[in-house]
Each structure stands twice: as C-alpha cells, then as structure tokens.
Design a protein around this ligand. Structure first.
Ligand code: TXA
Ligand code: MG
Length: 322
C-alpha cells in the first residue's frame, strides 16, 4: 500500500529505517534513501529499474556539510552556492570515501545538491543523514511534479509519498561539473549558463559536451537520449504549417504559447507531457521554444522526450506517420 502523507516524521522515520520514500523538491519529486546506507540506496535502483551505471545525486542540508563528502572544492562552487543554494543546482565534485560507490556508480566524483523545498530540508535536518535521490519516476519516464504523479508511477512499489504540493521549478536541477579544474554544464536546468557566468565572472568555454564512446562514463547519463519520455510518441514540429498537413490524424498538439514566459513553461512542461500522454492519442506534437536562457533546458527536455522531428519523418516516408 502506498500512502500520500504530509507528515514529515513519517518520512524521517522511513529514511532512518533504510526505506525509500518519495520527497518533494523545488524541481521535481525525488525518490530518497539514506545516502550512507548502501542497502537503502540499492532499493532506489530496484524501485526505479534504473541501471546501476547511472549515478545518483546526494542531497545535503547545508554548504557546511559539503567538505564531508567532497574534496578539492573550487571557489566557484562557493560563489554559486551563495547565489543559488539551496536551490536547483547540482555540483559534481571529487568524492570523499564516505560516499558509497553505489551512489556514484563507481565514479570518483559525486553530484551534490542542496534542495530548497522546506519539507525536504526538514527531512534532511531531522534525519541528520544525506539523502540520495533521483527523480521519482521509473527509469526513462517523465519526472513527477506532484504527489499524484508519483503515486500513479510508483504505487505499490514504495510505502510513502511526502506531499509538498506542486514543484515550482518543474524541471530538474542544472548539473555542473567542477572536475579537472574546468566548469562544464552536464545538464541544463533552471539556473542558466548566463546566470552561472554572471556569478563566476567569466565565460564558460565548451558549454555542453556531446556524450559519446569512451567519454560516456564520465559525463552525465542524464544526457542520454530517450529520457523523460511519455509513452505516446512525441514529435517536434518546426513549422506549425506541418500540422495542417497531418490534421486528419489522431494526434494531440501541446501548445506552449499559452504560457506567459519561459519560467511558467518549465513549470508546466512535464504536466503537459502527462496530460497529453493520458489522452491516448496516436502521437503528440510540440514546438520548441527560443533556444536562449531557460529555453535551452526546456528544449533539452523536449528533445529527450521526443521520438523525432515530424517534418523529417514525413519527408522520408512520403506519408505521415504510418
Ligand atoms: O532536480 C534534480 O536534480 C532532481 C531532484 C530530485 O533533486 N534529481 C534528479 O536526479 O534529476 P536524476 O537521478 O534523475 O538525475 C541526476 C543526474 C543524472 O543525469 C546523473 O547522471 C547525474 O545527475 N550525475 C549524478 N552523479 C554524477 C556524477 N558523479 N558525474 C556526472 N553526472 C552525475
Ligand atoms: Mg531523472
């Protein structure tokens, strides 16, 4: 039986018992376990059916604890933390041996984040342990932004979901690597490249690295394609005129133009994916947003959720989506 609760004591006691519990963060819901308990962390992978090569984020309460888990912390981390932590930013740093290998998938680095959601912070404080947590969805699916989303996805698989309302940010944190004396954005998120450059005082060189071959192991598996995907095939539309050509087909178009800015698009994107998915059309279509600022993270999620580009498919097959 899976119960949705607002009782923080229950979440704390589940964590301390070595169980997994879904927790609200400001970005998306997380599936948390005691980060110092290997068996508890193992349960996260089991519940999500997440491959073991994909490392987890370790959530901690405050920057004062950072040195306990990471070494060689550059000044830029402290500068960024001053502006954005607690908040939707994750720092990839060299790990200390206290961090179990099961969290880092055997890498020498660990991803650390200080979530700002009040309930998550209370769970961290009251449990007194760091919490390992990926997004609370099955591997490869859309991250949940409400307790109900988590329930639909994980009911029967976990005991408790801590209900902290709708996640404000709506997309996952920006993941930044500080390894080898270089700063790289591994996963674009709410905190943009411009935001980062403003704080650190210089421009980043290669913004996002393509994941391929031997490098794979060292980059963020969140960069894998086919992530965050709805079950219904989703196609990106470059020109809205293509929609008139396929208008006889059974499809649903996600119209993002009704939102007033990029923040509210980010906040509603995964909800839109879920609504579209539940309508059970043959396929879903969506147009990307302008590729600047937060638009980069939004387009990244759209791309990862998509099966392809509708114009490309139509020109290849000569008929639409057979
Ligand atoms: O907003 C978020 O970050 C949410 C909430 C729950 O905190 N969490 C989240 O976790 O999105 P997850 O597991 O779905 O994504 C974590 C990302 C993955 O892309 C993972 O590969 C990357 O962080 N990551 C974790 N440890 C890493 C490491 N040592 N080096 C590089 N990437 C790492
Ligand atoms: Mg995820």
């Amino acid at each position: 039986m899976t119960e949705i609760t607002k009782n923080i004591d229950i979440a704390v006691s589940e964590i301390l018992k070595g169980n997994v519990v879904a927790l609200p963060t400001e970005t998306v819901y997380g599936l948390g376990a005691n980060g110092l308990n290997k068996n508890a962390v193992l349960k996260i992978y089991e519940v999500k059916k997440r491959p073991h090569f994909n490392p987890l984020i370790l959530h901690i309460h405050s920057i004062d604890n950072l040195r306990k888990f990471a070494k060689h912390i550059p000044d830029e981390v402290y500068k960024l933390a001053e502006s954005y932590s607690p908040g939707p930013i994750t720092y990839v740093l060299e790990k200390k041996s206290i961090v179990p290998d099961i969290i880092t998938a055997g890498l020498d680095s660990v991803a650390i984040r200080f979530p700002s959601h009040k309930m998550f912070r209370r769970v961290l404080k009251e449990s007194g342990v760091p919490i390992a947590a990926p997004s609370a969805n099955m591997f490869g699916r859309i991250s949940p932004v409400t307790a109900r989303d988590v329930y639909k996805e994980l009911k029967g698989k976990i005991n408790y979901i801590l209900d902290g309302g709708r996640c404000e940010v709506g997309i996952e944190s920006t993941v930044i690597s500080f390894l080898n004396g270089r700063i790289k954005i591994l996963r674009p998120g709410f905190v943009t490249q411009k935001d980062i450059e403003k704080v650190i005082g210089y421009k980043l060189k290669d913004i996002r690295i393509k994941q391929s071959g031997a490098m794979k192991k060292y980059l963020s598996p969140g960069m894998l394609k086919s992530h965050y995907a709805p079950l219904t095939p989703l196609y990106v539309v470059e020109d809205l005129n293509s929609l008139t050509k396929i208008s006889k087909q059974n499809f649903y178009h996600i119209d993002l133009s009704k939102y007033k800015n990029l923040k509210s698009i980010a906040s509603n994107l995964f909800k839109e994916f879920r609504i579209a998915d539940e309508k059970k059309y043959d396929f879903i279509t969506i147009q990307k947003v302008e590729n600047i600022g937060l638009g980069i993270a939004i387009n990244d999620r759209i791309e990862k959720a998509s099966t392809g580009n509708i114009e490309m498919i139509s020109s290849k097959s000569n008929s639409y989506l057979i």
